[in-house]
Design a protein around this ligand. Structure first.
Ligand SMILES: [Zn+2]
Length: 461
């Protein structure tokens, strides 16, 4: 699930010139995207294996040997791994990842057919064009260009195509455990990271995802003997739950900061105008600045980078209009700062609520992932590639609110940075929603970025 940090901008600059898009590999990339969009690879549709068959056929035609491709079936979906073997057998492989599945789209709700690539007004429209079929296209295009060049990289490059990123990450876990992958030096994820454009198209900032928060939900439940509603009792499941939720609302987790989050907020502080920018700058300089921390706590686009957050998202109570409630429950969803245990958060909520009759259960199996600290050599390669198309744009790592394949790779011990190379305006972000689109120029820039990185990382020492 491609996520971006929405920023508030009103800065005016001149727009950069559009790049030519008439190279044979660019025309081929567009054809590949068109074919990929036509597969309705939503969960339950069984289309991922068909998409993989198309990718394999395309790669075979481009000279990829059968022995360098492996398909891993998993329930109704599958994963594909492709490698280009390096000249240095002792060098650890470098991973490039994209996911083939999409969130479903209902054709009757879209203005255009979601499973047909349509170019209109400088955009490609179609389900998955942003999330993450441009990434899939960039991997395929990069493999084909590397094969066509006849040059072998020093390091083995492994390209991983995930089949269920939007749901369970089952194929990602299988990929991470595969012998071609498990000792990877690091991974580049195409499914997050990217640039922000001002309303006039001027690039403002480029973000590299280096960490994710832990997604965890807690179920709060109050039970009660109940009875007839004409005879109210002093204790009531709905009132008890409501009081508990009000305590959750007013409880704030302690401020946290890492080198990565301070770099991110500090970079934004230099870009965002006015009081908001000042508060970002002050917090980045000193996370103990209580006034700045409090200001950022009230800004939905920044609060998640400064602390663990929890918020009530679902409510369910009572069984009849004329009965006292026997049961009331709510879901509280938390985005936990890296390194904090979900159990610690559960106990903090319990202490804030201060009522033992409210049961608090952890839902599902939260996955904690470590921070991938910035790597100067990789950062330099990302910067060289980005600055070749967007000169001088500030680049910073950031903390994702949670939910990409990077999580699984990081848990497996592979430092992972997400860098799609794709620039969009905040109001062009329609991933998972209606009428998903990507600026045509950004599509080609993303293709170029992954190719540039593969060449640079492939030859890195
Ligand atoms: Zn995605």
């Amino acid at each position: 699930m491609l996520k971006r940090v929405a920023l508030l901008f009103s800065i005016l600059f001149a727009a950069p010139p559009a790049a030519a898009q008439d190279q044979p590999y660019q025309r081929q990339a567009r054809q590949i995207l068109e074919r990929l969009v036509a597969f309705r690879t939503a969960a339950g549709q069984g289309q991922v294996p068909r998409l993989i068959a198309y990718v394999q056929e395309t790669l075979r035609a481009g000279g990829v040997a059968e022995a360098d491709m492996v398909v891993i079936p998993h329930e109704e979906t599958a994963a594909l791994i492709v490698r280009i073997q390096g000249t240095d057998a002792a060098a650890r492989p470098i991973l490039f990842s994209a996911h083939m599945d999409v969130v479903d789209a209902r054709p009757e709700d879209w203005e255009r057919s979601p499973f047909t690539l349509i170019e209109e007004n400088g955009y490609f429209f179609g389900r998955g064009v942003l999330d993450n079929k441009t990434g899939v296209t960039s991997l395929i295009s990069t493999i084909l260009r590397l094969k066509a060049s006849g040059q072998r990289p020093r390091n083995t490059l492994v390209f991983t195509f995930v089949g269920d990123e939007e749901t369970t990450f089952g194929t990602t876990e299988l990929i991470a455990a595969h012998p071609w992958v498990h000792n990877a030096r690091y991974a580049i994820n195409t499914d997050a990271g990217g640039g922000m454009l001002a309303p006039n198209g001027q690039p403002l900032v480029y973000l590299v995802q280096g960490a994710e928060k832990t997604f965890t939900s807690f179920r709060l439940t109050v039970t009660n003997p109940g009875g007839h509603s004409s005879r109210p009792r002093d204790d009531n499941a709905i009132y008890d739950l409501a009081r508990a939720l009000l305590r959750v609302e007013t409880y704030h987790f302690p401020v946290q900061a890492t080198a990565l989050t301070r770099s991110y907020l500090g970079t934004l502080g230099r870009i965002v105008p006015g009081a908001a920018g000042q508060m970002l700058t002050r917090f980045a300089a000193n996370p103990d600045d209580a006034e700045a921390a409090e200001a950022l706590r009230h800004a939905p686009e920044y609060v998640g980078t400064t602390r663990t957050t929890c918020v009530a998202t679902m409510l369910d109570a009572g069984h009849a209009q004329n009965a006292l409630p026997q049961r009331a429950s709510a879901v509280v969803n938390c985005r936990i700062f890296p390194g904090v245990q979900p159990e610690t958060v559960r106990q903090a909520l319990a202490a804030a609520i201060g009522n033992d009759s409210v049961r608090i259960e952890t839902m599902g199996n939260p996955r904690l992932s470590p921070v991938s600290e910035p790597n100067p050599a990789v950062d330099a390669m990302i910067a060289t590639s980005i600055h070749s198309r967007y000169p001088g744009v500030p680049i910073t790592p950031y903390l994702e609110s949670g939910g990409t394949d990077g999580l699984i790779y990081r848990i497996a011990g592979i430092p992972t940075w997400a860098t799609s190379g794709v620039f969009i305006k905040p109001n062009e972000m329609f991933a998972h929603g209606l009428n998903e689109r990507i600026p045509v120029a950004s599509f080609y820039a993303g293709i170029e970025h992954i190719h540039d990185l593969a060449v640079a990382l492939g030859n890195a020492r």
